[in-house]
Design a protein around this ligand. Structure first.
Ligand SMILES: Cc1cc2nc3c(=O)[nH]c(=O)nc-3n(C[C@H](O)[C@H](O)[C@H](O)COP(=O)(O)O)c2cc1C
Length: 315
């Protein structure tokens, strides 16, 4: 048990959110994380509204612990997903990629806690003003969609802490208890972790994607697609095509055409490792095997405690 303002407000044992992840975080992963003492999050961005409803009902039947649903607000069907979340009275909603002010009061009226994901100080301040219950800031090390400023987690931590009074959670590049302790020493009230859980046994990512994450070394990812929404991808054939088009001055429309529809699904979910869009963070370079969520939590706890003891020895 670690007590922070985040664990107190959200009723969880550990200050760890498993980030919502398209094609990876269905109810099974979210449930395993919530049962382990973190805050498990269903990633609704890759779901139709009726699929989301099914996932919410399954997690409610499987755990009494708090859980949440993430919705990237840029998606065309975000409003329909939000209706399902409100109807089903999910305990927590994490919004990303959009304005925090649009929905916060509506969620609060429905008795739902709200967390917004930001990648710069301006949106952190807007989120605070909108009355969110917590803020996740995500450095550009992170897997998936990223901020355009390309600010690192370490810098955002120092930039935001002075200005933000609501619980503040760090995301991007976190794969160990040492990293969690370090960020908490800098003032984080908790962390959000994505990539490490994308490779977990309970993740719905395809086994070939998990195997590729495990074999990725440092430098295996890159931030591309900046003209249409910066995204950190694992390097594969599709990435090479994107990179070549970008180096040749490809326009936003050309990039959209190349991306097409369903790239993330065919890669991360269906296992086409050459032509799929494979979203993963720099921390993939530190992920050595596929583990269960419980094993991941055990390792996070022991590396956190080892690091704490090392610091205590230094007088
Ligand atoms: C495969 C994958 C899919 C993701 N999908 C989403 C998403 O749908 N919505 C969202 O807000 N963030 C998404 N993210 C970001 C994560 O929620 C989390 O903030 C990020 O992974 C943290 O950085 P890390 O990957 O270094 O742990 C995704 C990340 C990954 C790796």
């Amino acid at each position: 048990m670690i007590k922070t303002s985040f664990t107190e407000i959200f009723g969880v044992k550990y200050p760890v959110i498993q980030g919502g992840m398209v094609w990876c975080s269905g109810w099974r992963l979210a449930c395993a994380v919530s049962e382990a003492g973190g805050l498990g999050i269903i990633g609704s961005g890759s779901m139709y509204p009726e699929v989301l409803k099914d996932h919410i009902r399954k997690i409610k039947a499987a755990t009494e612990k708090p859980f949440g649903v993430n919705v990237p607000l840029m998606y065309a069907h975000a409003d329909q997903l939000i209706e399902v979340m409100i109807e089903e009275k999910v305990p927590v909603i994490i919004t990303s990629a959009g304005s925090p002010s649009k929905y916060t009061s509506r969620f609060h009226e429905a008795g739902i806690k709200v967390i917004h994901v930001v990648s710069n100080l301006k949106f952190a301040l807007k989120s605070q003003e909108a009355g969110v219950d917590a803020i996740v800031f995500e450095g550009f090390e992170a897997g998936g969609h990223n901020g355009t400023e390309e600010t690192s987690t370490l810098v955002l931590m120092q930039l935001l802490r002075k200005h933000i009074r609501v619980p503040l959670l760090a995301a991007g590049g976190i794969g160990s208890g040492e990293a969690i302790l370090g960020l908490m020493a800098m003032g984080a009230d908790g962390v959000q972790i994505g990539s490490l859980f994308a490779a977990a046994r309970e993740s719905s990512a395809h086994d070939s994607f998990k195997a590729l994450i495990v074999s990725a070394g440092d430098g295996a990812t890159d931030l591309v697609l900046k003209k249409i929404g910066a995204t950190r991808l694992l390097k594969n054939r599709f990435y090479n095509e994107v990179k070549e088009l970008e180096l040749n001055g490809g326009s936003a429309d050309e990039l959209k055409d190349l991306l097409g529809k369903g790239r993330a699904r065919i890669g991360m979910f269906e296992g086409d490792m050459e032509n799929g869009e494979l979203e993963i963070g720099q921390i993939a370079g530190c992920i050595e095997s596929v583990k269960s969520v419980n094993e991941i939590f055990d390792e996070l706890k022991s590396s956190f405690n080892d690091a704490l003891n090392r610091l205590k020895l230094m007088e």
